[in-house]
Design a protein. Sequence first.
Length: 122
Amino acid sequence: MDKEAKAFRREVHRQLGRRGPGQRYPAELRDRALAYLARARSRGDSIATAATDLDLPLNTLGRWAAKSNGDACENPEPAFQEIRIEDPIPQTDDHLVIAGPGGIEVRGLDLDGVVALMKALA
């Protein structure tokens, strides 16, 4: 939580004291919360993270964002990044992979090699 979020929390407490159901936030506080949300989203933070930082109920901040012009909710970067596998392990039909306990893998054996390995381990 940064200084801005702490200052917001203090101001909410100063203006509203102990909050309860149905208590309305002044427009100035809503605007500050939405501005904070916009900056948080530009850093890649979720609405839930911003709501936690500001000590606001998630549904309250989400409702304010939905009612605003939408700028506060837009995320300039996708939540997931595209990845590309550069050099995949080639899979051939004539070689088997044996997975054993503890993550041990034996690769590159044909069926005769697997049979020989199993006999040697028995």
